[in-house]
Design a protein around this ligand. Structure first.
Ligand SMILES: *Cc1c(COP(=O)(O)O)cnc(C)c1O
Length: 422
């Protein structure tokens, strides 16, 4: 049997260094809340492959649906010869997303591709060029989405020039903006937009309702509704990037629901596919249908195997009420992180099973990226797979599969406590 050490040697000689990995343990198999590497070591999974395996890894319904689909047909290209499952996934997106208005949807392969297409649709429908994004935002790694993403290292460094007509507004980040109210933070953002871009030029305002890679930043209450209201009043398309927050992760089907938002367009990916690559844009029919036939698409978008997996994942979320499971994980994780008190933890935040702690030097809010890396390494050494994030690299984030057992969740918390003490 090949060991992780052997595989890592092969990797170094074959895989480009620009593609990193959080750990150098190579996976043999994975289930609900655990991953087993080729050396037989079991890891508690607080990463879910970056918020993807919401229904668990190799979830039974997903495996069954994929197996059945592979035997029927693997690919025809929806733009060549269409099939039911693509339509059915679009129907689910329409039914599950907030907003009772008439909607349409289209499918793609990755989150970045969904975001690119949402921007294409918004520009086409409005005939305007500008896209407004926010500090700490993450929207992907393609050329346009690099421009939309805020953080230089590692996402943008030396990869420019970037796509034009992208403007950045200040974000509501309660820990780091002096606790401004949502309304106040929105006023500042609107001021930047109106003074530096001009309302009539704005095609879209694009925002993550809870920021993912940027640090699980939860904006102050009222910020998102105020930004959405400004977009509406100014004829700009309000796009919620729910690629990380969507599909039950935050304790609702979509995080927009926590503040009663009805975005004009929503981008989805990650959790929607049960581990297979699939993404979507869903929203107002008049925007989606504004684009001429043939203007949207791609060879693999809404591949039948990915669609089958997505339908099975959604069915699993519904059957097991995974939104409730996410709320339950929050109710266990948040108090566990608060106790014992740690002067280096400035904030415990997030919703559902999208929870993070921001680590600082005690006594202030100076980011402590060194400790974050150390705690993270200690978790990995002890068999807990965790991720870091944040503009300052000082946020530890927890994204367990929503089907994780209480026992595995408890073991993960114990390892985390020990790592924070070490
Ligand atoms: C992951 C992510 C993306 C990019 O998705 P990919 O599938 O990696 O291209 C875009 N937006 C948000 C909010 C994300 O979390």
């Amino acid at each position: 049997m090949t060991s992780s050490e052997d595989l890592h040697k092969r990797r170094l000689a074959a895989v480009a260094k620009g593609v990193g990995s959080v750990v150098n343990a190579y996976v043999d198999h994975a289930r609900h809340g655990t991953i087993t590497d080729v050396d037989g070591r079991e890891w508690i999974d607080f990463a879910s492959g970056i918020a993807v395996t919401t229904v668990g890894n190799a979830a039974p319904r997903v495996v069954e649906a994929v197996r059945a689909q592979v035997e029927r047909f693997t690919h025809t290209c929806f733009m060549v010869a269409p099939y039911e499952s693509y339509v059915a996934v679009c129907e689910q997106l329409i039914a599950l997303t907030p907003g009772s208005f008439e909607k349409r949807a289209a499918l793609f392969n990755s989150g970045a591709e969904a975001v690119e297409n949402a921007v294409k649709i918004a520009r086409h429908a409005t005939g305007r060029p500008a896209v407004v994004v926010f500090d700490h935002a993450y929207h992907g790694r393609t050329n346009l989405t690099m421009a939309l993403t805020a953080k230089n290292m590692p996402y943008k460094h030396r990869f420019g020039p970037f796509a034009p007509e992208v403007y950045r507004a200040p974000m509501s980040y309660p820990l780091r903006d002096g606790g401004r109210s949502g309304a106040e933070a929105a006023r500042q953002a609107v001021d930047v937009i109106e003074k530096q871009v001009g309302g009539p030029n704005v095609a879209a305002v694009l925002i993550e309702p809870i920021q993912g890679e940027g640090g699980f930043v939860v904006p102050a209450p009222g910020f998102l509704p105020a930004i959405a209201a400004w977009a509406k009043a100014n004829g700009a398309v309000f796009i919620a990037d729910e690629i990380q927050t969507g599909f039950a992760r935050t304790g609702q089907w979509f995080a927009s629901e926590h503040e009663g938002l009805e975005p004009d367009l929503i981008t989805t990916a990650k959790g929607m596919g049960g581990g297979l690559p699939i993404a979507g844009v869903v929203g107002r029919a008049e925007l989606m249908d504004a684009v001429h036939a043939g203007g949207l698409g791609g060879t693999y978008g809404g591949n039948p195997i990915a669609c089958a997996a997505s339908l099975a994942a959604i069915e699993t979320m519904r059957e097991l009420d995974l939104a409730a499971a996410a709320r339950r994980i929050e109710s266990i994780l948040k108090p566990a992180l608060a106790e014992p008190a740690d002067p280096g933890i400035a904030e415990i935040r997030g919703r559902g099973a999208m929870i993070a702690i921001e680590l600082v030097l005690p006594g202030g809010i100076e980011p402590d990226a060194t400790r974050t890396a150390r705690v993270s390494r200690a978790c990995h050494d002890a068999g807990l797979l965790t991720l870091t994030c944040g503009t300052y690299g000082n946020v530890l984030r927890f994204l367990p599969p929503l089907v994780i057992s209480d026992a595995d969740l408890g073991r993960g918390i114990e390892i985390l406590h020990a790592a924070l003490r070490s």
